[in-house]
Design a protein around this ligand. Sequence first.
Ligand code: PRP
Ligand code: ZN
Length: 297
Amino acid sequence: MNDTRDRLRIAVQKSGRLSEASLALLRDAGLAFRTSRDRLFLYGENMPVDVLLVRDDDIPGLLVEGSCELGIVGRNVLDEQRLAGADAPTAATIQPLGFGACRLALAVPDGGAIATIADLDGSRIATSYPALLADWLRAQGLRADIVVLNGSVEIAPRLGKADAICDLVSSGATLAANQLHELATILHSEAVLARSPHALGAVPTQLIERLCARIAGALSGAGARLLMLQAPRSALAAITQLLPGRERPSVVGLDGYPDDIAVQALCRTTPDWQQLEELKRLGARSVMVLNVERMLA
Ligand code: PRP
Ligand code: ZN
């Protein structure tokens, strides 16, 4: 870890399934960036936080060696590194990020000789996840040759390099485009926020805490709605019962109308029309549902 550095570095996938959503999340957390000419570095303009755009497989290593303090990466990549590295230090997961859901799956050519998991015995399997695959094969009591490839795993069967592949599947488009189909799922995964195992000074630690609170805020705000309405004060108890939110609603008086109140309630999801109609039946007026951009608990 470079002790003289006073800016945080976050490693993010350069181009792939997680790239766009990772940067969108950092922007939602309030970070603004200027892109370097080579497009490999995003300079944080409003906080001392920069983004390094790298291959996702390199992210655990960057965290372990201390070149980056934080990383956004698939849990599968961290799991692979942990299994492969035995007792070596590993990046720690701070929190799942709710996007990039995928699975590590075994897939075989359509219409090929391998039709069941048992048929994999004695086969050659191409993958970028040799440790996770070896672990699964052991648990299944299967023997296979693991062919380690760092990219374009899906074309290995066509090139005659392997009989099956073990790769990430999200939409399934890559498998379909290569006439492959899934045989078994090894692992479910999603994007997580991970941190370097090194102890950091007080300033970077505080910065990470601030950033994590903002990220959690941006995530909890996703899908949340603010329900606003006016109603007779006498209807408050019945209306409160119907409100979908778990937190206490804010209730305020209306100037010049002592019998009326205004209510604001945070809802985790959008209230449906039926709920709004029931509120109206109880006397609610001017019922509004607004998007919540951000929340800080
Ligand atoms: C994974 C995988 C496939 C693709 C599958 O790549 O290697 O190429 O996603 O997604 P699909 O089922 O939606 O087609 P990833 O973005 O993780 O990048 P990398 O393999 O190049 O690291
Ligand atoms: Zn990768």
